[in-house]
Design a binder for this molecule. Structure first.
Ligand SMILES: [Zn+2]
Length: 272
């Protein structure tokens, strides 16, 4: 599932491609991806310009000149592509937004969605999200406080809880834990202050690097896009079960934790 670095990449790419552009047509082949009937959706977005694109956690908000917002969440397997009908990947498209210079295709939306909301509705939907992990206002002290409010929780469960921090998911939670040398299953209450300090630093380092390298999305956003997905080969533990730990050489282990896949090194990551 795309996380903060991937969605931030989309924000930049969408801003470049769409800011100031008018939606000239819209097509919906999966009404379930919407929150309103398809004909109503089309009527309300057609002819509207996109003012700007904002990201909050794993959500994207496309601000329309009508004052309404398109709230997109890709969930598991969703992605976006911008281009002409000829360039379009050979995949089923759930929603297409047409612009004068190309189409924005929403692909792989199963649990993912594109909801048309008023400003107030959009705000309400995002109200419970925790702070952005790279927000300068999220100091080490505030970070530690937010985690410690979940004392009995396992580290990974707290890191992926969108009310604790907005934007971290399965992959980066494991990467952050590995970098900080803490087990994803460690109880928050058992962590020493030094471990919390390392977690804060590694969260910043991992997410900044992933953002700089274009995240891990496998699909380019448009023809000629070579910057998306640069982090895919940089993961140190995620999806590397059985491969040697890059720090100590032990085999990376994959387990299930609270019905989530979790990857870690059993030798150099600790539970305190
Ligand atoms: Zn190791």
């Amino acid at each position: 599932m795309p996380e903060y670095p991937e969605m931030d990449r989309y924000r930049v790419l969408l801003s470049d491609a769409l800011a100031g552009q008018k939606i000239v047509s819209a097509e919906v082949s999966r009404e379930k991806s919407l929150n309103v009937p398809a004909d109503e959706f089309i009527r309300r977005v057609q002819g509207r310009a996109i003012w700007f694109v904002e990201r909050r956690g794993k959500h994207l908000l496309l601000h329309l000149d009508s004052g309404e917002r398109l709230l997109a969440h890709l969930m598991l397997g969703g992605w976006m592509y911008f281009g002409s009908e000829e360039e379009k990947p050979d995949r089923t498209v759930q929603v297409r937004l047409g612009f004068e210079h190309g189409n924005l295709y929403f692909i792989g939306l199963r649990l993912g969605y594109l909801h048309l909301l008023s400003a107030r509705e959009a705000e309400a939907r995002l109200a419970e999200l925790g702070p952005e992990p790279l927000d300068p206002k999220l100091t080490e002290e505030r970070f530690a406080q937010r985690l410690l409010a979940k004392k009995r929780s396992a580290l990974k469960s707290a890191l992926v809880d969108q009310r604790v921090l907005a934007g971290i998911g399965n992959c980066y939670a494991d990467e952050i834990a590995w970098q900080a040398e803490v087990l994803p299953g460690a109880r928050i209450g058992a962590l020493e202050p030094a471990a919390l300090t390392r977690l804060y630093a590694s969260m910043q380092a991992v997410l900044t690097e992933a953002k700089t390298l274009g995240g891990y999305m496998e699909h380019p956003f448009r023809a000629g896009d070579v910057t998306t997905g640069g982090y895919n080969s940089q993961c140190k533990v995620y999806d590397r079960a059985g491969e040697p730990c890059l720090r100590c050489g032990s085999a990376i282990v994959q387990e299930e934790q609270a019905s989530r896949k979790v990857f870690f090194c059993p030798s150099c990551q600790k539970d305190h």
